[in-house]
Ligand binder design. Structure first.
Ligand code: ADP
Ligand code: TRP
Length: 332
């Protein structure tokens, strides 16, 4: 295996929002377009989603939605190999093998597991083993680079530890040691209540909500109680924080003036944000609409992705099986 390979996994988990776009999709897109990597991979981590025990129909729907969302938001399938985790079942075989190189004590120190225990939950083995499945995702394709936010750093460290352990055991480089890439982040987007925008806080502005819902979400943005004519500090305003990402520069300067000099009410600022959002979101919606009506195209993209991913997986697993002494009938 050679060259620089970038890989990321996306858990299917409900409606994507502006925070996901600016915090994850856009930075990935920039990496995808930067020609710094020989190959980029993006997959939908639907096996990982099982740890939360969604119903089958919920997981089916979330998986279908997230594929359309990511394609519509600009994952370019001519540059990125996009596939479903479950279309490469070898990943579960590698997980089983890696399990034998991971100590229970090490997994007990993983944040997600520790949090679950701290909250009095009774974690299932899937959740406990989540980091090993994630390591298998990364190592199966010989990934050299993984974009990681704070929350995933520990997982990548565990992946490196596993790769080192296997390489040491086999006295050769079976897996390259993956490095983290810190994407060009735009910072954390605040949600409508001023906290980090997140599905779990119910404070999102969604990328693909209908116009009525979008309006409701924008109008729900929390502000202080300054009157329209009072001067306001834009840097302290949740509406303005979103304007900065969405609204074109000239209009933004106008809005900033309105805030500082007084005269622009929060209500008007929200109306303007709503208008900017409609323009900003339009091309994404159009693409998503086209894809919704073109399941042949979606199937083709996922199939081509799965074919490439499976070919890589086979190459890796041939080596790993041989090193570990796992046989097939064809070895006789
Ligand atoms: P959520 O918090 O809505 O459940 P996820 O945890 O699924 O979102 O995050 C998916 C990706 O989107 C991650 O890379 C995360 O860093 C990014 N992301 C989520 N919310 C924000 C936000 N408010 N600002 C910037 N990036 C975000
Ligand atoms: N654990 C990641 C998350 O919660 C998703 C993920 C699964 C992933 N496998 C991966 C990310 C491999 C990067 C590489 O967001």
């Amino acid at each position: 295996m050679s060259g620089k390979r970038l890989l990321t996994g996306i858990k299917p988990s409900g409606s994507v929002h502006l925070g996901n776009y600016f915090g994850a999709v856009k930075p990935f897109q920039e990496l995808q377009n930067a020609h710094d990597f020989d190959q980029t991979f993006l997959f939908i981590a639907n096996y990982h989603a099982l740890t939360g025990r969604p119903t089958g129909s919920d997981l089916t729907e979330m998986t279908q939605e997230i594929i359309l969302d990511y394609l519509a938001m600009g994952i370019n399938e001519s540059k990125t190999v996009m596939f479903l985790q479950s279309d490469v079942p070898r990943v579960t075989e590698l997980t089983w093998m890696l399990n034998n190189f991971m100590s229970v004590a090490h997994l007990e120190r993983a944040h997600a597991y520790k949090d679950a225990v701290a909250h009095g939950k009774d974690p299932n083995v899937g959740l406990f083993d989540y980091p090993v499945l994630m390591a298998a995702d990364i190592l199966l394709y010989g990934s050299t680079h993984v974009p990681v936010g704070e929350d995933q750093k520990q997982h990548l460290e565990m992946t490196r530890d596993l790769a080192e352990e296997v390489n040491a055991d086999c006295a050769k480089e079976i897996f390259p040691l993956p490095e983290s890439v810190i994407p060009n982040r735009t910072g954390i987007l605040p949600g409508t209540d001023g906290n980090k925008m997140s599905k779990s806080y119910g404070n999102t502005i969604e990328m693909f909500a209908d116009e009525k819902t979008l309006r409701k979400q924008v109008m729900a943005i929390v502000t202080d109680s300054k009157r329209p004519e009072e001067p306001k500090n834009p840097e302290e305003c949740n509406i303005y924080a979103l304007h900065k990402h969405i609204t074109p520069a000239d209009d933004l300067a106008e809005i900033e003036r309105g805030y500082r000099e007084g005269g622009l009410s929060y209500k008007e600022s929200k109306e303007q944000l709503f208008e900017s959002l409609k323009i900003f979101l339009e091309p994404f919606r159009e693409r998503r609409h086209d894809l919704t009506n073109n399941s042949d195209e979606v199937r083709r993209i996922l199939q081509e992705g799965a074919d490439i991913a499976n070919a890589e997986a086979e190459k890796t697993m041939r080596k790993v099986r041989s090193e570990l002494g796992i046989l097939s009938y064809s070895d006789f």
